[in-house]
Design a protein around this ligand. Structure first.
Ligand code: AKG
Length: 306
């Protein structure tokens, strides 16, 4: 027997067996990897596509529901009575030139009509901390979601057009988004900015009662504890009035309404309002006391829909 020959044959078989296993392993691996990749791609593409289709179907359904709901509503159209275009500057209040307060832009009768319009959409209220909210015109990014009415109701479109006609907004920045906030006596909205998703001008129509809106500096992290972060000044929001603020007041200041648990006191004017470091006084200066017909020292506490 040729043991050397047997040994060579045995080694050759072992090499052949080993290499085929290797190839198989490789091809298995590569199949697994490829199979894994393409399956994952297919699965995620399918998931994304089906999610998108479901979302689109939901949005279509929502639009249709909203459209049907609007058809059943008997709303009143109300126009705002604003000073002639170009005359808004007469209503600038305070030392910060981007705050405009116009009293009596609608009549009491029109106010009632608007309240009637608002109450027709009772099921659309969202309960938030400190207020109830109706949100009209979709989300700022154009998407729709639960509790957000996808379009504006014609009576809201009419109000927005009225703002454009009177020069409050340019036609290219015509408002397409409306929030209706309702506060109980012990409710308010914490100080905030409306953020960069919106155009930097806001118009607030107040209905039903009087509240004080206060403004504060928006502090950068390095200013916290260094710069005064409390209320700097207030604006008295009378029922049927329109408040417009923009630019710096939109982006560099916070606005808010106290929770109404304590009565808000109308403060007198001070020289450096809005500019300097206001004192942590009980009553911050009210910048529109003349136009709003309130005297310093008066207390304000009431129910408001804005
Ligand atoms: O109700 C108001 O007057 C203020 C509302 C407000 O600031 C907001 O909705 O962002």
């Amino acid at each position: 027997m040729d043991f050397m020959k047997l040994l060579r044959e045995e080694r050759a078989r072992a090499r052949a067996a080993a290499s085929s296993t290797k190839i198989e392993t490789n091809s298995n691996n590569s199949n697994e990897i490829k199979g894994g990749d393409s399956q994952t791609d297919i699965v995620s593409e399918t998931t994304v596509a089906s999610r998108k289709a479901a979302q689109e179907a939901q949005e279509r359904e929502r639009l249709e529901e909203d459209r049907k709901m609007l058809q059943t509503m008997h709303y009143h159209l109300v126009d705002l009575k604003l000073p002639h275009e170009g005359n808004l500057h007469r209503f600038v209040v305070g030392k910060v030139p981007t705050l405009i307060y116009i009293p009596d832009v609608i009549s009491e009768d029109e106010e009632q009509k608007l309240m009637g319009n608002i109450s027709m959409y009772d099921k659309n209220w969202r309960s938030l901390r400190g207020r109830k909210l109706q949100c009209w015109g979709g989300n700022p990014d154009g998407s729709a979601s639960d509790g957000v009415f996808s379009t504006l109701s014609p009576w809201l479109t009419n109000l927005c057009e009225s703002l454009v006609r009177n020069g409050v907004f340019e036609p290219e920045n015509s408002p397409n988004h409306v929030l209706i906030n309702q506060y109980n006596t012990d409710e308010g909205i914490i100080h905030h900015t409306d953020g960069p998703k919106y155009f930097n001008r806001v118009a607030i129509l107040s209905l039903q009662s009087t509240r004080l809106m206060t403004f504060r500096h928006r502090l950068r992290p390095e200013e916290v504890g260094v710069k005064y972060g409390g209320d700097l000044f207030s604006v008295c929001l009378r029922p049927r009035s329109l408040l417009i603020f923009q630019d710096d007041l939109y982006s560099e200041y916070l606005h808010g309404l106290s929770d109404g648990i304590e009565e808000d006191e109308v403060g007198g004017e001070v020289e450096d309002q809005g500019k300097g470091d206001a004192k942590d006084a009980e009553a911050v200066p009210c910048v529109n006391s003349d136009l709003a017909g309130v005297v310093p020292g008066v207390k304000v506490r009431s129910f408001a829909v804005i």
